[in-house]
Design a protein around this ligand. Structure first.
Ligand SMILES: CC(=O)N[C@H]1[C@@H](OP(=O)(O)OP(=O)(O)OC[C@H]2O[C@@H](n3ccc(=O)[nH]c3=O)[C@H](O)[C@@H]2O)O[C@H](CO)[C@@H](O)[C@@H]1O[C@H](C)C(=O)N[C@@H](C)C(=O)N[C@H](CCC(=O)O)C(=O)O
Ligand SMILES: Nc1ncnc2c1ncn2[C@@H]1O[C@H](COP(=O)(O)OP(=O)(O)OP(=O)(O)O)[C@@H](O)[C@H]1O
Ligand SMILES: N[C@H](CCC[C@H](N)C(=O)O)C(=O)O
Ligand SMILES: [Mg+2]
Length: 498
């Protein structure tokens, strides 16, 4: 518990309080639906709606104070803390409210366009194998040891994030592995966190709707590395783990001040992967590093997963895990849901469900499938609505170039017209087609997956890209249950008599 007075003293800019400053605050939320007795309700002017509209509802649910940009019409007993910039005020208030949990645990941050979820899950697996209590925050969920909690964003806003970290610190978590999205770095959702190990996976096109230029996108990612040694650090041993095969590694390295551990396959690196063998259900490679050399066997596949594993080894090494433990842990790591996940329903062709929703990841998923020497590759993919439009034709071209039969379909259309999104992707497909190559456009995702199964024959691979672990589809007016893996399985049962 802290008083409004204590909280407001943290605010670096100007503020005004109307009401009793000694009022005690028991929790903070920006969502009226989650308010409990004694809470501070934060009014955020969102993309869809102005949170101030829900202040009265929050008060009814027990809020005793509001953080707001303007004075609201609320009962006198409710304290109004007024600031010109809510987001900046939150950065000052929220970590303080929770006693800076991000300074109490080892914090491992993973950033990059692709591979954040996979890499952070491998790191967490190794740290657990080393006997640590591990928390995970990312696209799929939050994990406190084994307990799974739902999460709203890859990196949630400062209010939700600090609450998760508080719960983790309370429950004895010693190491937190978290994905740090470029949105989070740009919007400073990670305020008040002291990172100890920061991982850079790669940088390719995504999110240009938000960052506007690629330079801004690079600059956002670099912030994680600048922050590693900036400001008041209370924990020692800071390391940046950087993929030097990525063309933007130099920008990241330029931002690093502390220890650097590089990894790669092509370029000279501290951790170097070689002798790569990639099969449908497993892969192996040789790694040499500061600890000597080891041959690693893993149950995940694809060149991109060799990179993710190298990144994870680097992070684990930076956190002091010994080589034997790392080696053992890599062997027992099973895949992340929806990342090159195989659907096996007794069919004589392979079905892969993969979360590739960027040009680079789609290319990686399809070239990985090609490396398995299939008869044909049938791809089923689309693009999400309310997201970077410029990637649509590029993904279309890649889908055509890297598969034999591309089927364009809907992803999460969100507020957009699905037909219009699909048309933008299909325009790219047409440009990428080879002589005599055909393609299909089936907007309904279930029908598109079913069609892929219908035309697949022995030795083919179907790659269903874009939604991976997602168990829903976000439409204009509603969100429905939708799981690519379930739909593919049902299609096999229906069409192939299994
Ligand atoms: C565009 C964007 O970033 N939107 C984020 C934003 O939502 P918003 O501004 O639309 O919020 P809103 O719906 O207008 O509501 C405004 C306020 O009213 C409140 N409210 C609303 C309804 C109600 O009944 N009561 C109530 O109090 C809301 O809690 C909110 O505080 O604030 C929300 C709370 O922090 C975020 O969850 C939400 O992320 C949405 C879901 C999103 O999809 N964001 C994407 C773009 C994103 O951030 N992605 C990155 C990168 C992903 C990656 O590459 O991995 C990520 O880190 O996830
Ligand atoms: N290192 C990598 N390089 C390129 N592509 C990758 C890499 N790792 C994974 N991928 C591809 O990207 C997809 C998403 O992987 P993952 O979920 O690990 O990335 P992410 O960065 O967490 O994505 P998001 O931005 O949605 O959180 C995978 O399904 C795979 O196709
Ligand atoms: N973290 C990504 C997820 C995209 C998933 C894809 N299925 C889509 O809806 O575009 C984003 O918010 O851009
Ligand atoms: Mg992710």
């Amino acid at each position: 518990m802290k008083t409004v007075e204590e909280l407001s003293r943290q605010i670096k800019g100007i503020y005004n309080v109307d009401g009793n400053v000694k009022t005690e605050i028991s929790g903070i939320s920006a969502d009226s639906r989650e308010i409990e007795a004694g809470y501070l309700f934060v009014c955020i002017a969102g993309v869809h709606v102005d949170g101030a509209k829900f202040a009265a509802q929050a008060v009814e649910k027990g809020a005793v104070a509001v953080l707001t940009a303007k004075h609201l019409d609320l009962p006198d007993r409710v304290v109004q803390l007024m600031v010109p910039d809510i987001h900046h005020a939150l950065e000052d208030i929220v970590p303080y409210f929770y006693d800076y949990p991000g300074k109490k645990m080892r914090m491992i941050g993973v950033t990059g366009t692709n591979g954040k979820t996979t890499t952070s899950h491998i790191i967490a697996h190794i740290l657990r194998a080393a006997g640590h209590h591990v928390g995970v925050l990312g696209t799929i969920h939050a994990l406190i040891d084994d307990e799974e909690l739902p999460i709203h964003n890859t990196t949630p806003d400062v209010v939700e994030l600090q609450h998760f970290l508080y719960l983790m610190a309370e429950r004895g978590i010693t190491h937190v592995v978290m994905e740090v999205s470029s949105h989070a770095l740009e919007l400073n959702r990670v305020a008040g966190i002291e990172f100890d190990t920061a991982v850079f996976t790669n940088l390719t096109q995504d999110h240009l709707d938000f960052h506007k230029t690629f330079e801004n996108y690079v600059a956002a990612k670099a912030k994680l590395f600048q922050g590693l040694t900036a400001g008041d650090t209370v924990k020692g041993n800071k390391t940046a783990v950087v993929n030097v095969d990525d063309p933007y590694a130099k920008d990241i390295l330029a931002a690093c001040r502390g220890n650097v551990l590089t990894y790669g396959v092509e370029q000279e690196a501290d951790l170097r992967g070689s002798s790569l063998q990639v099969e449908l259900k497993k892969s192996s490679f040789h790694v040499s590093g500061p600890f000597g050399s080891v041959d690693l066997q893993m149950h995940i596949t694809g060149l991109f997963n060799v990179y993710n594993t190298l990144a994870a080894i680097g992070a684990a090494h930076a956190e002091g895990v010994d080589t034997a433990t790392i080696d053992q842990a890599i062997q027992t790591f099973r895949s992340v849901p929806g990342r090159f996940e195989l659907v096996e329903a007794g069919q004589d062709f392979a079905i892969v469900v993969d979360y590739s929703h960027t040009p680079d990841s789609l290319e990686k998923a399809l070239t990985t499938a090609r490396a398995m020497h299939p008869n044909r590759i049938i791809s089923v993919f689309g693009c999400g609505g309310d997201r970077d439009r410029t990637k649509r034709p590029i993904m279309g071209r890649i889908g055509a170039a890297e598969s034999d039969i591309p089927i364009v379909t809907s992803d999460n259309p969100r507020s957009e017209d699905p037909d219009a999104i699909v048309a933008e992707v299909a325009a790219g497909v047409k440009q990428g087609l080879r002589e005599g190559q055909t393609y299909e456009v089936i907007v309904d995702r279930r029908r598109a997956i079913t069609r892929a199964v219908e035309i697949a024959g022995a030795g083919d691979i179907i790659v269903i890209a874009g939604k991976g672990h997602e168990t829903y589809q976000i439409l204009k007016d509603k969100t429905i249950h939708f799981d690519d893996r379930e739909v593919a399985r049902e299609a096999v049962q229906q069409l192939k008599g299994r």
